[in-house]
Design a protein around this ligand. Sequence first.
Ligand code: SF4
Ligand code: SF4
Length: 382
Amino acid sequence: MELSEQTFAQKFDLYGCFQCGKCTGGCPVSLKSKLNIRRLMIEAILGRNLDRLGEREELWDCTTCKTCTIRCPRGLKPMDLVIGMRGMLVEEGHIPKTIIEAMENTYKHRNPWGKPKNKRTEWTKTLPEDVKVKNFSEGDRAEFLYFAGCTASSDPRIQEVAKALLFSFQQGEVDFGILGNEEQCCGNEIRRMGEAGLFEELVEGNVNRFESYQIERIVTMCPHGFNVLKNEYPQGRFDVLHTTQLLAKRLEEGKLSLKKEVKKVVTYHDPCFLGKQNSVFDEPRILLKAIPGLTFKEMDRSRERSLCCEGGGGRMWVEASSDTGQRLAEIRVNDAVELDAEILVTACPFCILTLEDAVKTSGHEDRLRVMDVTELLVEAIE
Ligand code: SF4
Ligand code: SF4
């Protein structure tokens, strides 16, 4: 190991750890994976087992949900230690094959899903004619950049959400534009996979584009993009909002009119990168509760206590794992079914994909749907 145990402890400021175990107690994967974040802290402090990091596939089980860091009474950052250890594995080439593919796709296409750059905006061609989309890269200017993100640009299911969103923007009189094929990966997942160099390249490329088009306000539907643009891009240069924040504001200003009844029983799953990590808990609920006819039920594990769906931290691309227990997304689906909810609503592309898959694998397709907040709004607008 190039990085000595002392360097680990110094670099990630681990010395305050008094082994209380609150981090592991809150870790959503600790009961079903070999990942034990408290033990990892002490091993890093004492320098034990660091020469065998490459064999520890449980490092890839972390979803970077940040619960451990939020719960630590000493203000330490155990999650950053995991990301730092992954960084070392990346430097040494100990990377799961599927993660290598995601990184290579990001180098080549600026998109971990591998969609070629020149096809990034293909999905906008199927928008209804009355939805007008400005494009900064074609000379248009707008108050907000809608940063679509890689998943909305690549996945047909999430494109449905993006279309619903643009319709809601139009109804809410939001002046927005996209970056077109010039948009590239935000880098949130790449950084959490441990690829710090590629992350910096992505940030530099995006910031240069934002500045060249005099973009000051950015809105994004993906909480992962929201998190990184808000907290890990140069601070104070851009005003970054999640779409639920912007739409809740439009609703408050009376610019978004929800008139049609949606007689459904719904519950809401807080995405970790929106809720726990950025305290956006109220806005999605404000929007849902404003829909006429809708019955909103809260799950027991909600807001700060919400259960992670396991879609973050590069987990969408990890196949090999020490994780053998029940998928958390399936537990989440069961939580919603127990409430007799008909729709499990969320506000994150990764949550939608993991929860929809869990609905299928847990056999609840005939009684539970997964939708984005915006998709339900559209039903109330139209
Ligand atoms: S919660 Fe903080 S102090 Fe307690 S074991 Fe974890 S890292 Fe150490
Ligand atoms: S970030 Fe979440 S999954 Fe990762 S170690 Fe911390 S609590 Fe566990």
